[in-house]
Design a protein around this ligand. Sequence first.
Ligand SMILES: Cc1cc2nc3c(=O)[nH]c(=O)nc-3n(C[C@H](O)[C@H](O)[C@H](O)COP(=O)(O)OP(=O)(O)OC[C@H]3O[C@@H](n4cnc5c(N)ncnc54)[C@H](O)[C@@H]3O)c2cc1C
Length: 386
Amino acid sequence: MAMNPEELEQLRDSLRALLDEIAPVEKVREWDRADHVPPEILQRFGELGVTALAVDEEYGGLGRDVSALLVVLQEVARRSIMLAGLIVQCTNYAGLNIGELGSEAQKREYLPRVANGTLIFALGLSEPNVGADLASVETRAEIRGDKVIINGAKRWCSGAEIADCIYALVRSGPVSERYKNLSFVIIPRDTKGVSMTATGTMGMRGGPTNDVVFEDVEIPIENILGGPDCWNKGWSQLAGPTLETEKLSPSAMALGLGEAAVEAAWNYAQERSQFGIKICGHQAVRHTLADVQTRLQTCRLMLKESAAMLDRGEPSAVQTSMTKLYLSETIRDIVIQCQQVMGAYGYSEDFDMERYVRDAMVLPIFGGSTAVQKNNIASLMRLPKS
Ligand SMILES: Cc1cc2nc3c(=O)[nH]c(=O)nc-3n(C[C@H](O)[C@H](O)[C@H](O)COP(=O)(O)OP(=O)(O)OC[C@H]3O[C@@H](n4cnc5c(N)ncnc54)[C@H](O)[C@@H]3O)c2cc1C
Protein backbone atom coordinates (compact mmCIF):
# COMPACT_ATOMS: atom_id res chain seq x y z
CA MET A 1 0.00 0.00 0.00
CA ALA A 2 1.28 3.49 -0.89
CA MET A 3 2.57 5.67 1.95
CA ASN A 4 0.30 8.45 3.19
CA PRO A 5 1.57 12.08 3.34
CA GLU A 6 2.55 11.76 7.00
CA GLU A 7 4.59 8.62 6.30
CA LEU A 8 6.25 10.35 3.35
CA GLU A 9 7.32 13.20 5.66
CA GLN A 10 8.77 10.68 8.11
CA LEU A 11 10.63 9.05 5.21
CA ARG A 12 12.13 12.45 4.28
CA ASP A 13 13.24 13.03 7.88
CA SER A 14 14.90 9.60 8.12
CA LEU A 15 16.65 10.12 4.80
CA ARG A 16 17.97 13.53 5.83
CA ALA A 17 19.38 12.03 9.03
CA LEU A 18 20.99 9.17 7.10
CA LEU A 19 22.47 11.54 4.50
CA ASP A 20 23.98 13.72 7.23
CA GLU A 21 25.67 10.61 8.56
CA ILE A 22 26.85 8.84 5.39
CA ALA A 23 27.00 11.64 2.81
CA PRO A 24 27.88 14.94 4.49
CA VAL A 25 28.50 17.77 2.01
CA GLU A 26 32.30 17.49 2.40
CA LYS A 27 32.12 13.81 1.35
CA VAL A 28 29.93 14.61 -1.63
CA ARG A 29 32.49 17.20 -2.78
CA GLU A 30 35.27 14.60 -2.40
CA TRP A 31 33.33 12.03 -4.44
CA ASP A 32 32.74 14.60 -7.16
CA ARG A 33 36.43 15.56 -7.31
CA ALA A 34 37.63 11.94 -7.28
CA ASP A 35 34.85 10.83 -9.65
CA HIS A 36 34.22 7.88 -7.36
CA VAL A 37 31.63 6.95 -4.77
CA PRO A 38 32.01 3.74 -2.73
CA PRO A 39 29.20 1.51 -4.05
CA GLU A 40 28.83 -0.18 -0.64
CA ILE A 41 27.06 2.96 0.52
CA LEU A 42 23.95 1.65 -1.23
CA GLN A 43 23.56 -0.92 1.51
CA ARG A 44 22.89 1.83 4.05
CA PHE A 45 19.84 2.85 2.02
CA GLY A 46 18.87 -0.82 2.00
CA GLU A 47 19.08 -0.95 5.79
CA LEU A 48 16.74 2.05 6.01
CA GLY A 49 14.20 0.17 3.88
CA VAL A 50 14.48 2.57 0.97
CA THR A 51 15.39 0.05 -1.74
CA ALA A 52 12.65 -2.29 -0.45
CA LEU A 53 10.14 0.27 -1.76
CA ALA A 54 10.84 -1.14 -5.23
CA VAL A 55 9.99 -4.74 -4.31
CA ASP A 56 6.76 -6.62 -3.64
CA GLU A 57 6.37 -8.10 -0.17
CA GLU A 58 6.49 -11.70 -1.39
CA TYR A 59 10.08 -11.11 -2.56
CA GLY A 60 11.26 -9.46 0.64
CA GLY A 61 10.22 -5.86 -0.06
CA LEU A 62 7.83 -3.39 1.51
CA GLY A 63 5.56 -3.37 -1.56
CA ARG A 64 6.21 -1.33 -4.69
CA ASP A 65 5.51 2.36 -3.97
CA VAL A 66 6.49 4.63 -6.86
CA SER A 67 5.49 7.89 -5.14
CA ALA A 68 7.68 7.04 -2.16
CA LEU A 69 10.58 6.09 -4.44
CA LEU A 70 10.31 9.46 -6.18
CA VAL A 71 10.44 11.21 -2.80
CA VAL A 72 13.60 9.23 -2.05
CA LEU A 73 15.25 10.27 -5.33
CA GLN A 74 14.27 13.91 -4.83
CA GLU A 75 15.57 14.00 -1.27
CA VAL A 76 18.84 12.20 -2.07
CA ALA A 77 19.46 14.31 -5.21
CA ARG A 78 19.14 17.41 -3.04
CA ARG A 79 22.37 16.24 -1.44
CA SER A 80 23.93 14.51 -4.46
CA ILE A 81 22.30 13.70 -7.79
CA MET A 82 24.95 11.08 -8.43
CA LEU A 83 24.02 9.26 -5.22
CA ALA A 84 20.40 9.26 -6.38
CA GLY A 85 21.67 7.69 -9.61
CA LEU A 86 23.24 4.86 -7.61
CA ILE A 87 19.87 4.19 -5.96
CA VAL A 88 18.18 4.13 -9.38
CA GLN A 89 20.63 1.43 -10.48
CA CYS A 90 19.23 -0.75 -7.70
CA THR A 91 15.57 0.24 -7.41
CA ASN A 92 14.70 0.95 -11.05
CA TYR A 93 17.11 -0.83 -13.37
CA ALA A 94 17.01 -3.97 -11.21
CA GLY A 95 13.98 -3.73 -8.89
CA LEU A 96 11.14 -2.25 -10.93
CA ASN A 97 12.24 -3.84 -14.20
CA ILE A 98 12.61 -7.35 -12.81
CA GLY A 99 9.49 -6.96 -10.65
CA GLU A 100 7.43 -6.00 -13.69
CA LEU A 101 9.05 -8.04 -16.46
CA GLY A 102 11.22 -10.76 -14.91
CA SER A 103 10.50 -14.51 -14.86
CA GLU A 104 9.57 -16.07 -11.53
CA ALA A 105 13.13 -17.44 -11.22
CA GLN A 106 14.61 -13.99 -11.92
CA LYS A 107 12.34 -12.40 -9.32
CA ARG A 108 13.41 -14.95 -6.71
CA GLU A 109 17.08 -14.51 -7.58
CA TYR A 110 17.34 -10.72 -7.81
CA LEU A 111 14.54 -9.01 -5.88
CA PRO A 112 15.58 -9.94 -2.31
CA ARG A 113 18.98 -8.35 -3.07
CA VAL A 114 17.26 -5.19 -4.33
CA ALA A 115 15.25 -5.09 -1.12
CA ASN A 116 18.37 -5.16 1.05
CA GLY A 117 20.37 -2.81 -1.18
CA THR A 118 23.04 -5.24 -2.35
CA LEU A 119 22.29 -5.43 -6.07
CA ILE A 120 23.39 -2.95 -8.72
CA PHE A 121 22.35 -3.10 -12.38
CA ALA A 122 23.62 -0.92 -15.23
CA LEU A 123 21.31 0.06 -18.07
CA GLY A 124 22.68 -0.85 -21.50
CA LEU A 125 20.53 0.89 -24.11
CA SER A 126 22.79 3.46 -25.84
CA GLU A 127 25.55 2.39 -28.23
CA PRO A 128 28.23 4.15 -30.27
CA ASN A 129 25.78 4.48 -33.21
CA VAL A 130 22.55 4.50 -31.22
CA GLY A 131 21.22 7.34 -29.08
CA ALA A 132 17.56 8.39 -29.31
CA ASP A 133 16.81 5.81 -32.02
CA LEU A 134 16.85 2.74 -29.79
CA ALA A 135 15.15 0.51 -32.35
CA SER A 136 18.45 0.62 -34.28
CA VAL A 137 20.40 -1.24 -31.59
CA GLU A 138 23.30 -3.14 -33.18
CA THR A 139 24.63 -5.33 -30.35
CA ARG A 140 23.80 -8.82 -31.62
CA ALA A 141 22.55 -11.79 -29.66
CA GLU A 142 21.82 -15.30 -30.89
CA ILE A 143 20.58 -18.42 -29.18
CA ARG A 144 22.87 -21.46 -29.46
CA GLY A 145 21.50 -24.47 -27.60
CA ASP A 146 20.83 -23.37 -24.04
CA LYS A 147 23.07 -20.29 -24.30
CA VAL A 148 22.79 -16.76 -25.66
CA ILE A 149 25.92 -15.40 -27.38
CA ILE A 150 26.36 -11.62 -27.40
CA ASN A 151 28.68 -9.44 -29.50
CA GLY A 152 28.71 -5.65 -29.67
CA ALA A 153 29.18 -2.53 -27.58
CA LYS A 154 27.23 -0.28 -25.22
CA ARG A 155 28.03 3.36 -24.54
CA TRP A 156 27.18 5.67 -21.61
CA CYS A 157 26.45 2.61 -19.52
CA SER A 158 26.35 4.43 -16.17
CA GLY A 159 27.89 2.57 -13.28
CA ALA A 160 28.69 -0.55 -15.33
CA GLU A 161 32.04 -0.97 -13.61
CA ILE A 162 30.40 -1.19 -10.19
CA ALA A 163 27.35 -3.16 -11.36
CA ASP A 164 26.62 -6.82 -10.74
CA CYS A 165 24.81 -7.13 -14.06
CA ILE A 166 24.20 -5.20 -17.25
CA TYR A 167 20.55 -5.02 -18.30
CA ALA A 168 21.07 -4.78 -22.04
CA LEU A 169 18.87 -4.28 -25.08
CA VAL A 170 20.18 -6.47 -27.90
CA ARG A 171 19.36 -7.22 -31.53
CA SER A 172 18.04 -10.75 -31.75
CA GLY A 173 17.25 -10.95 -35.49
CA PRO A 174 17.59 -9.00 -38.76
CA VAL A 175 18.10 -5.22 -38.30
CA SER A 176 15.49 -4.51 -40.97
CA GLU A 177 12.71 -5.73 -38.68
CA ARG A 178 13.59 -3.01 -36.16
CA TYR A 179 11.07 -3.27 -33.29
CA LYS A 180 10.22 -6.94 -33.86
CA ASN A 181 13.46 -8.58 -32.87
CA LEU A 182 14.91 -6.81 -29.92
CA SER A 183 15.41 -8.59 -26.62
CA PHE A 184 16.58 -7.73 -23.12
CA VAL A 185 19.26 -9.88 -21.54
CA ILE A 186 20.82 -9.83 -18.08
CA ILE A 187 24.60 -10.09 -18.40
CA PRO A 188 26.63 -10.62 -15.21
CA ARG A 189 29.49 -8.11 -15.35
CA ASP A 190 32.18 -10.68 -14.58
CA THR A 191 31.20 -12.93 -17.53
CA LYS A 192 34.11 -13.85 -19.82
CA GLY A 193 34.25 -11.51 -22.84
CA VAL A 194 32.85 -8.42 -21.05
CA SER A 195 35.32 -5.52 -20.91
CA MET A 196 34.89 -1.82 -20.20
CA THR A 197 36.55 1.57 -20.05
CA ALA A 198 35.43 4.72 -18.24
CA THR A 199 34.40 7.97 -19.96
CA GLY A 200 34.90 11.25 -18.10
CA THR A 201 31.83 13.50 -17.90
CA MET A 202 31.20 17.12 -16.98
CA GLY A 203 28.68 16.36 -14.23
CA MET A 204 27.15 13.37 -12.42
CA ARG A 205 30.71 12.68 -11.32
CA GLY A 206 31.23 9.80 -8.92
CA GLY A 207 28.99 7.45 -10.88
CA PRO A 208 31.34 6.23 -13.61
CA THR A 209 29.96 6.11 -17.15
CA ASN A 210 31.34 3.23 -19.17
CA ASP A 211 31.91 2.02 -22.69
CA VAL A 212 31.23 -1.72 -22.51
CA VAL A 213 32.35 -4.27 -25.11
CA PHE A 214 30.90 -7.78 -25.47
CA GLU A 215 33.06 -10.32 -27.30
CA ASP A 216 31.47 -13.76 -27.67
CA VAL A 217 29.85 -13.33 -24.28
CA GLU A 218 27.96 -16.46 -23.30
CA ILE A 219 25.06 -16.37 -20.82
CA PRO A 220 22.43 -19.00 -19.94
CA ILE A 221 19.19 -18.79 -21.92
CA GLU A 222 17.41 -18.24 -18.59
CA ASN A 223 19.02 -14.76 -18.53
CA ILE A 224 16.67 -13.50 -21.22
CA LEU A 225 14.47 -11.00 -19.38
CA GLY A 226 11.21 -12.78 -18.56
CA GLY A 227 12.71 -16.13 -19.64
CA PRO A 228 13.20 -17.74 -23.08
CA ASP A 229 9.56 -17.09 -24.12
CA CYS A 230 10.32 -13.35 -24.07
CA TRP A 231 12.94 -13.59 -26.82
CA ASN A 232 12.19 -10.81 -29.36
CA LYS A 233 9.83 -9.04 -26.94
CA GLY A 234 12.36 -6.35 -25.99
CA TRP A 235 10.53 -3.44 -27.56
CA SER A 236 7.25 -4.08 -25.78
CA GLN A 237 9.21 -4.58 -22.55
CA LEU A 238 11.01 -1.26 -23.08
CA ALA A 239 7.81 0.62 -23.89
CA GLY A 240 5.85 -1.10 -21.10
CA PRO A 241 4.66 0.16 -17.72
CA THR A 242 8.15 0.74 -16.30
CA LEU A 243 8.76 3.45 -18.93
CA GLU A 244 6.51 5.93 -17.11
CA THR A 245 8.52 5.57 -13.90
CA GLU A 246 11.72 5.82 -15.97
CA LYS A 247 10.59 9.29 -17.07
CA LEU A 248 9.59 10.41 -13.58
CA SER A 249 12.78 9.23 -11.84
CA PRO A 250 15.13 11.72 -13.56
CA SER A 251 12.41 14.33 -13.02
CA ALA A 252 12.49 13.70 -9.26
CA MET A 253 16.29 13.86 -9.32
CA ALA A 254 16.07 17.17 -11.20
CA LEU A 255 13.67 18.54 -8.60
CA GLY A 256 16.04 17.68 -5.75
CA LEU A 257 18.91 19.36 -7.57
CA GLY A 258 16.79 22.46 -8.25
CA GLU A 259 15.81 22.70 -4.58
CA ALA A 260 19.45 22.53 -3.53
CA ALA A 261 20.43 25.31 -5.96
CA VAL A 262 17.56 27.59 -4.94
CA GLU A 263 18.32 27.09 -1.26
CA ALA A 264 21.99 27.95 -1.85
CA ALA A 265 21.19 31.12 -3.81
CA TRP A 266 18.46 32.16 -1.35
CA ASN A 267 20.86 31.89 1.60
CA TYR A 268 23.78 33.50 -0.22
CA ALA A 269 21.67 36.53 -1.15
CA GLN A 270 21.02 37.14 2.55
CA GLU A 271 24.73 36.99 3.42
CA ARG A 272 26.38 38.99 0.63
CA SER A 273 26.28 42.80 0.79
CA GLN A 274 26.92 45.21 -2.10
CA PHE A 275 26.19 48.95 -2.32
CA GLY A 276 25.61 48.99 1.43
CA ILE A 277 22.78 46.44 1.59
CA LYS A 278 22.31 42.68 1.42
CA ILE A 279 21.97 41.74 -2.24
CA CYS A 280 18.53 40.22 -1.50
CA GLY A 281 17.45 43.86 -1.04
CA HIS A 282 18.19 44.67 -4.70
CA GLN A 283 15.03 44.31 -6.70
CA ALA A 284 16.65 42.37 -9.56
CA VAL A 285 17.93 39.70 -7.14
CA ARG A 286 14.63 39.59 -5.22
CA HIS A 287 12.70 39.06 -8.42
CA THR A 288 15.07 36.35 -9.62
CA LEU A 289 14.67 34.50 -6.33
CA ALA A 290 10.88 34.91 -6.34
CA ASP A 291 10.87 33.66 -9.91
CA VAL A 292 12.93 30.51 -9.24
CA GLN A 293 10.84 29.66 -6.16
CA THR A 294 7.67 29.95 -8.25
CA ARG A 295 9.00 27.82 -11.08
CA LEU A 296 10.26 25.24 -8.58
CA GLN A 297 6.76 25.04 -7.13
CA THR A 298 5.25 24.37 -10.59
CA CYS A 299 7.77 21.52 -10.93
CA ARG A 300 6.76 20.05 -7.55
CA LEU A 301 3.08 20.15 -8.45
CA MET A 302 3.60 18.62 -11.87
CA LEU A 303 5.67 15.74 -10.50
CA LYS A 304 3.20 15.14 -7.68
CA GLU A 305 0.28 14.94 -10.09
CA SER A 306 2.15 12.58 -12.43
CA ALA A 307 3.07 10.28 -9.55
CA ALA A 308 -0.54 10.33 -8.34
CA MET A 309 -1.74 9.37 -11.84
CA LEU A 310 0.63 6.39 -11.83
CA ASP A 311 -0.55 5.40 -8.35
CA ARG A 312 -4.17 5.55 -9.52
CA GLY A 313 -3.27 3.38 -12.52
CA GLU A 314 -4.41 6.03 -15.01
CA PRO A 315 -2.92 6.26 -18.53
CA SER A 316 -0.09 8.72 -18.07
CA ALA A 317 2.29 8.49 -21.05
CA VAL A 318 1.62 12.08 -22.17
CA GLN A 319 1.77 13.47 -18.64
CA THR A 320 5.04 11.68 -17.79
CA SER A 321 6.67 12.89 -21.02
CA MET A 322 5.51 16.45 -20.27
CA THR A 323 6.90 16.13 -16.76
CA LYS A 324 10.32 14.91 -17.93
CA LEU A 325 10.41 17.63 -20.59
CA TYR A 326 9.27 20.46 -18.33
CA LEU A 327 11.24 19.61 -15.21
CA SER A 328 14.55 18.96 -16.94
CA GLU A 329 14.42 22.16 -19.01
CA THR A 330 13.00 24.34 -16.22
CA ILE A 331 15.37 23.14 -13.54
CA ARG A 332 18.43 23.44 -15.80
CA ASP A 333 17.38 27.09 -16.30
CA ILE A 334 16.63 27.62 -12.58
CA VAL A 335 20.08 26.37 -11.61
CA ILE A 336 21.75 28.76 -14.07
CA GLN A 337 19.70 31.67 -12.68
CA CYS A 338 20.77 30.68 -9.15
CA GLN A 339 24.39 30.67 -10.27
CA GLN A 340 23.99 34.27 -11.49
CA VAL A 341 22.72 35.32 -8.05
CA MET A 342 26.02 34.15 -6.58
CA GLY A 343 28.17 36.01 -9.12
CA ALA A 344 31.78 34.77 -9.23
CA TYR A 345 31.17 32.53 -6.21
CA GLY A 346 28.70 30.52 -8.28
CA TYR A 347 31.57 29.79 -10.65
CA SER A 348 34.08 28.81 -7.97
CA GLU A 349 34.99 25.22 -7.17
CA ASP A 350 34.84 26.19 -3.50
CA PHE A 351 31.03 26.44 -3.66
CA ASP A 352 28.52 23.68 -4.44
CA MET A 353 26.76 25.84 -7.03
CA GLU A 354 29.46 25.06 -9.58
CA ARG A 355 28.69 21.33 -9.19
CA TYR A 356 24.94 21.96 -9.40
CA VAL A 357 25.44 23.72 -12.74
CA ARG A 358 27.56 20.87 -14.13
CA ASP A 359 24.99 18.32 -12.93
CA ALA A 360 22.06 20.32 -14.32
CA MET A 361 23.41 20.31 -17.86
CA VAL A 362 22.68 16.59 -18.26
CA LEU A 363 19.00 16.88 -17.30
CA PRO A 364 17.61 17.48 -20.83
CA ILE A 365 19.93 14.81 -22.29
CA PHE A 366 19.54 11.63 -20.26
CA GLY A 367 16.46 9.57 -19.41
CA GLY A 368 14.84 10.44 -22.78
CA SER A 369 16.02 13.74 -24.24
CA THR A 370 13.96 16.88 -24.60
CA ALA A 371 13.48 16.29 -28.34
CA VAL A 372 12.36 12.70 -27.73
CA GLN A 373 9.78 13.83 -25.16
CA LYS A 374 8.45 16.48 -27.55
CA ASN A 375 8.15 13.84 -30.28
CA ASN A 376 6.32 11.55 -27.83
CA ILE A 377 3.89 14.25 -26.74
CA ALA A 378 3.01 15.31 -30.29
CA SER A 379 2.58 11.69 -31.45
CA LEU A 380 0.63 10.52 -28.40
CA MET A 381 -1.68 13.53 -28.78
CA ARG A 382 -2.11 12.46 -32.42
CA LEU A 383 -0.75 15.58 -34.08
CA PRO A 384 -0.68 14.70 -37.81
CA LYS A 385 2.71 14.87 -39.53
CA SER A 386 1.24 16.08 -42.80
C1 LIG B 1 25.77 11.29 -17.84
C2 LIG B 1 25.05 10.38 -18.78
C3 LIG B 1 24.59 9.17 -18.32
C4 LIG B 1 23.95 8.29 -19.20
N1 LIG B 1 23.57 7.06 -18.73
C5 LIG B 1 23.07 6.16 -19.59
C6 LIG B 1 22.82 4.82 -19.17
O1 LIG B 1 23.03 4.46 -18.01
N2 LIG B 1 22.38 3.92 -20.08
C7 LIG B 1 22.14 4.27 -21.38
O2 LIG B 1 21.72 3.41 -22.15
N3 LIG B 1 22.36 5.54 -21.81
C8 LIG B 1 22.83 6.48 -20.96
N4 LIG B 1 23.09 7.76 -21.38
C9 LIG B 1 22.87 8.09 -22.77
C10 LIG B 1 21.66 8.96 -22.98
O3 LIG B 1 20.48 8.25 -22.72
C11 LIG B 1 21.76 9.46 -24.43
O4 LIG B 1 22.73 10.47 -24.40
C12 LIG B 1 20.46 9.94 -24.97
O5 LIG B 1 19.63 8.86 -25.24
C13 LIG B 1 20.65 10.73 -26.27
O6 LIG B 1 21.44 10.02 -27.17
P1 LIG B 1 22.71 10.71 -27.87
O7 LIG B 1 23.43 11.47 -26.85
O8 LIG B 1 23.42 9.70 -28.64
O9 LIG B 1 22.06 11.77 -28.85
P2 LIG B 1 21.46 11.57 -30.30
O10 LIG B 1 20.34 10.59 -30.26
O11 LIG B 1 22.55 11.34 -31.27
O12 LIG B 1 20.85 13.00 -30.53
C14 LIG B 1 21.67 14.16 -30.78
C15 LIG B 1 20.75 15.37 -30.86
O13 LIG B 1 19.76 15.16 -31.88
C16 LIG B 1 18.46 15.25 -31.31
N5 LIG B 1 17.58 14.26 -31.94
C17 LIG B 1 17.82 12.94 -32.11
N6 LIG B 1 16.77 12.35 -32.70
C18 LIG B 1 15.84 13.31 -32.89
C19 LIG B 1 14.53 13.32 -33.45
N7 LIG B 1 13.94 12.21 -33.91
N8 LIG B 1 13.86 14.49 -33.47
C20 LIG B 1 14.44 15.63 -32.98
N9 LIG B 1 15.68 15.68 -32.46
C21 LIG B 1 16.36 14.54 -32.41
C22 LIG B 1 18.65 14.94 -29.82
O14 LIG B 1 17.62 15.47 -29.01
C23 LIG B 1 19.99 15.61 -29.56
O15 LIG B 1 19.80 16.98 -29.37
C24 LIG B 1 23.72 8.67 -20.54
C25 LIG B 1 24.16 9.92 -20.99
C26 LIG B 1 24.82 10.76 -20.13
C27 LIG B 1 25.31 12.07 -20.66
